[in-house]
Design a protein around this ligand. Structure first.
Ligand code: S3P
Length: 427
C-alpha cells in the first residue's frame, strides 16, 4: 500500500510523548527473561522489532504478558529456559538477533535464529568471532556471517576483547555471554557506544566495573527481577525534531525523551547548526530523560564525524534531510557503518533525497549535502527501512507537491502511528 502525503506550508504545534526507547525495550525483555522472578516494564515500545524479541523469549518458555505499554515477565531465570521447537524469528531486528546470540551461546540447548530479507544480509561475524573465542558453537551461511544461524549451547569462558567496530550490539552480546562464562571478561571500547546494557546490568543487580573505556564483568552472576521505566526514544523524537525545525512557525514539546549522553549526538548537531530548542532534564532513576521544546529554525551546514557518529548513528537519515534545508555545506564522515544497517543507508538516503531535488552526494563513509534546496514531491522508496520511511514523511512537510511512500508499514518497526502523530501537530 502506498501512502500519499501533501502539505502546504504546514506549521507544527503541540505536545507529543514519543514511543518508548527501542534499545531499552529490547534489553528489558531480555534481562527480565534472564532474571528469576517477576519483572515489570513500563513505557515499553510496541514496535514490531520489540514484539519480535517478546515472541522469541516466549518460544524459550518465558511468560510474557502485555497490557498496553506495560509488560510483565515471569521467569524462573535463564536456567529454566527450554529448547525451542521452532525457529526463533527475529523479524527485522538486528538487536534481537545479535544480543540473543550472546544469550543462546551459553545455554545447554540447540536453537535456530532467522529473520527477514534485510536481516539475512546483515553481518553477524562481528558477533560470532568474539563468541567463538569464548567457546561458542554457532553455524551459519559463509562460516556464520549470515542468518539463519544455528546455536548449540555450550560452556563459555571469559575473554579480553577490544571492539574492532564501534557497536553497542557487539559489546552487549559479549557482556550477556560473559554473565555465564567462567572468569572475568574485559571489553575495551576505542569509541564509546550506547551503554544501556551496562546500566541495565547494574539495575538487575550485576556487578560491573567501568573505567577508561573498558568494562569488566565477572562470570557466574545471577540477575534479580526489577522494575524498568522506559523513556521515550530519542531516535524517534529526532523525526519530530526535524519536522519542527524545517517547517515555519512551529513549536513542538516532546516529553520524557531519553537523554542518555551516549545517544544525544543529535542534540549536539542541531545546536551547532543553530537550532532554537530548550531541554529540561527530569529526575529519574537509571536512564536519564528530559522534556524538549523545539522551534522552527534557520540552520547552518556543519561537519559531523569522529566520536560523535556512534552517538547519532540512527539519526543520520534525518540529519541528511535537515541539512538539505540548512545554509551551506554539511559533511557527514566516519559513518561507514551506515552501509550495513537495515539497508545501505548512505546509498538509500542519497538516492531518495536526490529524487526530491536535494544536492547530496555519497562518499565511502558518509555524504555531502549543499543547502538550502527546495524539495519537490517524488515517489519515495523505503527499502523496508523504518527510518527511510520517516525521513520521507518529514521531507513531505517541506516539499511542494505529492510525496508517495511505497511501504509505509515498515515505520511500525520503531514508531507505530508516526504519520498520524505528526499530522496531529499540524494546525
Ligand atoms: C543498537 C545499536 C546500534 C544501533 C541500533 C540499536 C542497540 O547498532 O544502530 O539501532 O540497541 O544496541 P550497532 O551496534 O550495530 O552500531
Amino acid at each position: 500500500m502506498t501512502l500519499t502525503l501533501s502539505y502546504s506550508n504546514p506549521s507544527l504545534k503541540g505536545t507529543i510523548q514519543v514511543p518508548g526507547d527501542k534499545s531499552i525495550s529490547h534489553r528489558a525483555i531480555m534481562f527480565g527473561s534472564m532474571a528469576s522472578g517477576t519483572t515489570t516494564v513500563e513505557g515499553f515500545l510496541l514496535g514490531d522489532d520489540c514484539l519480535s524479541t517478546i515472541s522469541c523469549f516466549r518460544k524459550l518458555g518465558v511468560g510474557i504478558e502485555l497490557d498496553g505499554k506495560t509488560v510483565t515477565i515471569t521467569s524462573g531465570g535463564e536456567a529454566s529456559w527450554q529448547e525451542p521447537s521452532e525457529v526463533l524469528d527475529t523479524g527485522n531486528s538486528g538487536t534481537t538477533t545479535r544480543l540473543m546470540l550472546g544469550l543462546l551461546a551459553g545455554t545447554s540447548f540447540h536453537s535456530v535464529m532467522a529473520g527477514d530479507e534485510s536481516i539475512a544480509k546483515r553481518p553477524m561475524k562481528r558477533i560470532i568471532n568474539p563468541l567463538r573465542e569464548m567457546g561458542a558453537d554457532i553455524r551459519g551461511r559463509q562460516d556464520g556471517q549470515f542468518t539463519p544461524l544455528a546455536v548449540q549451547g555450550t560452556t563459555l569462558s571469559a575473554i579480553n576483547y577490544t571492539l574492532p567496530v564501534a557497536s553497542a550490539q557487539v559489546k552487549s552480546a559479549i557482556l550477556l555471554a560473559a554473565l555465564k562464562a567462567e572468569g572475568k571478561t574485559v571489553i575495551t571500547e576505542p569509541v564509546a557506544t550506547r551503554d544501556h546494557t551496562e546500566i541495565m546490568l547494574e539495575h538487575f543487580g550485576a556487578v560491573i566495573t567501568r573505567r577508561n573505556g573498558s568494562i569488566e564483568l565477572e562470570g557466574g552472576q545471577k540477575l534479580t527481577a526489577a522494575h524498568v521505566q522506559v523513556p521515550g526514544d530519542i531516535s524517534s523524537a529526532a523525526f519530530m525534531i526535524g519536522a519542527a525545525l524545517i517547517t515555519g512557525q512551529s513549536e513542538v514539546v516532546l516529553t520524557n525523551v531519553g537523554s542518555n549522553p551516549t545517544r544525544t549526538g543529535i542534540l549536539d548537531v542541531i545546536e551547532q547548526m543553530g537550532a532554537d530548542f530548550d531541554l529540561k532534564e527530569r529526575a529519574v532513576e537509571g536512564e536519564p530523560s528530559a522534556d524538549l521544546t523545539i522551534r522552527s529554525s534557520k540552520l547552518n551546514g556543519i561537519e559531523i564525524g569522529g566520536d560523535l557518529i556512534p552517538r547519532l548513528i540512527d539519526e543520520i537519515p534525518l540529519i541528511a534531510l535537515i541539512a538539505t534545508q540548512a545554509h551551506g555545506t554539511t559533511v557527514i564522515k566516519d559513518a561507514e557503518e551506515l552501509r550495513v544497517k537495515e539497508t545501505d543507508r548512505i546509498a538509500a538516503v542519497v538516492a531518495e533525497l536526490s529524487k526530491m531535488g536535494a544536492d547530496i552526494t555519497a562518499t565511502e563513509d558518509g555524504m555531502i549535502i549543499n543547502g538550502p534546496t527546495p524539495l519537490t514531491g517524488a515517489e519515495m522508496k523505503t527499502y523496508g527501512d523504518h527510518r527511510l520511511g520517516m525521513m520521507a514523511a518529514v521531507a513531505a512537510l517541506a516539499a511542494t507537491g505529492e510525496v508517495q511512500i511505497d511501504d509505509p508499514d515498515c515505520i511500525a518497526v520503531s514508531f507505530p502511528n508516526f504519520v498520524e502523530q505528526m499530522n496531529s501537530l499540524i494546525n
